[in-house]
Structures are given as C-alpha cells and as structure tokens.
Write a protein that binds this ligand. Structure first.
Ligand SMILES: Cc1cc2nc3c(=O)[nH]c(=O)nc-3n(C[C@H](O)[C@H](O)[C@H](O)COP(=O)(O)OP(=O)(O)OC[C@H]3O[C@@H](n4cnc5c(N)ncnc54)[C@H](O)[C@@H]3O)c2cc1C
Length: 302
C-alpha cells in the first residue's frame, strides 16, 4: 500500500483539513511553491497521534510548516506529507503575573493585540514578524528589540515518533535564527513566555512605532520571506548586498528589493528557481569578491 492510500483510507479519524495535491503557493508568504502530495492541517492532538501512526506504519517523508513566512518552496512542490500547524492550538492563557502560555497557532499579530490590551510587556520585540508562535520558537525569530530566546521559558512539543515532549528553560538552546534543541520530528504545540505588567498605552505605543518604522524601511507591498540572509558577523547583510551592487538586481520576476536589498521580492509570478538563482549569485559573489560567507535565513524546501 502506498503511504497516500493509508492516509486516504483512514481519513475518517482525522480532524482538520485534508488537502491532496494542494498548491503550496497558497500557503507561503512568497506565493511560490508547487503542490504537496498531501497537506494536512490538524486541529486536535488526537489528529497528531493519527499522523504519528501513519508515519510509523508507512515511513513516508514529511515537512512541518507554520504560516510559511520564512519558506521558499520548490516549483516542483513537495512529494511528501506536509503538516501545517496553523490550527493546532490557538489558546492564550495567563498562568501567573509573569508567565503566559501561548498556542503554536497563535499569530504574532493576535498575540501582540492581546498583550497590548492586557498591559503585558516584554513581547514587543516580536512586532512585525508575520508568522505563528510555533515558527517564532522554531526560528528563534527576532528583531532589533530582542529575540525568542530572551523571553521563552518552556516549550511543549509533539514528537512525530515519541509523542509529547517538554523543554524547560535550561534545555532550550539557540543560536542566531536557529534552534539547537529541536529535532525535525518536533512539532511545537505551545510555549510559555516571560512577561511583565505594564500599562496598555505604553505597550501599544512601542508596537505602533516599531510597525511604522518597519513600513518605511521594508518592501511590505510585495510578497517576500523577510530577510533572506542572516547578518554576517559585524555586518548587515544589506550592506554586503549593496557592496556587490545587487540592490534592484532582478532574475525573472524576483528582485533584490530597491527599498531593502536583503528582501528578495516576488514582483509578480516569480518562480522559486528565480529566487534561488539570486541567492546563489549573492553567495558566490560575496565569497569571491568580499571573502564573506552569506548564510540563508530563509528555509528552502525542495
Ligand atoms: C515581511 C516579513 C518580515 C519578516 N520579519 C522578520 C523579522 O523581523 N524577524 C524574524 O526573525 N523573521 C522575520 N520574518 C521571517 C518569518 O516571519 C519568521 O521566521 C517567522 O518566525 C516564521 O514563522 P512561520 O509560522 O511563518 O513559520 P514557517 O515560515 O512556516 O516555518 C519556518 C520554520 O519553522 C518551522 N515551524 C513552523 N511552525 C512550526 C511548529 N509549530 N512546529 C515545529 N516547527 C515549526 C518550519 O518547519 C520551518 O523550519 C519575516 C518574514 C516576512 C515575510
């Protein structure tokens, strides 16, 4: 039996969206990506157990995605099971005066809305990150105001072979935009964050100022994945791209943004291969002309 047959035949036990041959361009901020053989958007922990059972029996390849704001997905698509985590847990709960528990499917925008209404300070550094909380935890996402590792206290996951696993403060380990504690099979279900009591107005003001600043410096009018490259030690990636004269450089419909060159924007109908060609070009030229090794922040799934 093929793995897809198993998932089709046992579908009645699944709660959520079951989408065969689903174009992944509908699930990425880039609006790029061919079809997934099967995309599942589970809504319950029982459905995760069902996926776990299928993966154990059929041993097929899988990918976990969040809101797709840091993903470049191949034009061919993914011949795998793709598990989208945007409906798995949308709860926000105040545990005590200094801790909130947030479901992985909560968007940064809605978390910050609740935080500013409630006068919870400490998470303003997330402002402008367009993903889900699960994606923020996985990526150690951050801004000039801070990053996930400074505020995270505890992470709860569903491991796709071993089930529920919890990571405490001491076990959470990060590097710049990279986690060192999760395996590929760890699907993040919720996380606890450190907060401080403040007044609603001051939280709201900082968020609004940061959003305005980002709007004036980032090409938010085009689909993108945010920063394509990590900042190399002691430098900004955009400065490296400017030194290479790549601002505005275009392949097909993909372009190093004229407004902010570390954003590769999809002008209209760009292919993953166009975006990737720009990435390869920048890496090769940074290496040969400047002796700098650029590393992608975007995840390329192919
Ligand atoms: C306009 C724009 C601005 C951006 N600005 C910033 C910024 O300021 N700072 C920054 O750090 N990033 C930024 N990003 C990138 C992106 O928003 C972040 O990396 C974000 O945290 C990704 O979240 P996501 O839910 O979209 O995850 P996805 O892009 O879907 O996935 C990213 C990674 O996280 C993993 N993942 C997602 N959810 C889960 C889960 N529940 N369990 C296990 N693994 C999971 C995926 O497997 C993948 O490896 C920006 C992107 C855009 C488009």
């Amino acid at each position: 039996m093929s793995w897809t047959t198993w998932f089709f035949e046992n579908q009645v036990r699944f709660q959520g969206e079951f989408l065969p041959n689903e174009p992944l361009s509908k699930h990425t901020y880039y609006k790029i990506g061919g079809p997934a053989t099967l995309l599942l958007i589970p809504e319950t922990l029982e459905s995760l157990s069902w996926i776990q059972e299928g993966l154990k029996l059929m041993e097929c390849d899988f990918n976990i995605i969040g809101l797709g704001s840091n993903l470049l997905i191949s034009d061919k698509g993914l011949d795998s099971l793709v598990i989208k985590t945007s409906k798995i847990n949308s709860k926000i709960e105040l545990l005590n005066e200094t801790t909130i528990r947030v479901g992985a499917a909560v968007t940064v925008t809605s978390l910050l809305r609740v935080a500013s209404q409630s006068g919870w300070a400490g998470l303003e550094w997330m402002t402008g990150i367009p993903g889900n909380v699960g994606g923020v935890v996985s990526m150690n996402a951050g801004t000039h105001l801070g990053e996930a590792k400074n505020s995270l206290i505890r992470v709860e996951t569903f491991h796709l072979t071993r089930g529920l696993e919890i990571f405490t403060d001491q076990q959470i380990r990060y590097e710049y935009r990279k986690n060192l504690f999760l395996e590929r099979e760890h699907l993040i279900t919720q996380a606890d964050w450190r907060i401080a009591r403040s007044n609603a107005d001051s939280v709201k003001t900082l968020i609004q100022e940061t959003l305005a600043r980002r709007k004036s410096t980032q090409p938010l009018e085009y689909p993108s994945c945010g920063s394509v490259f990590k900042n190399p030690a002691g430098k900004k990636a955009w400065e490296v791209l400017d030194a290479l004269n790549l601002r505005g450089h275009q392949i097909g419909q993909a372009q190093f943004s004229k407004k902010h060159p570390n954003f590769i924007v999809n002008l209209k109908g760009a292919l993953a291969s166009d975006v990737w060609a720009l990435i390869v070009l920048a890496k090769e030229r940074a290496h040969t002309e400047l002796g700098i090794e650029l590393q992608e922040e975007v995840k390329y799934l192919k």
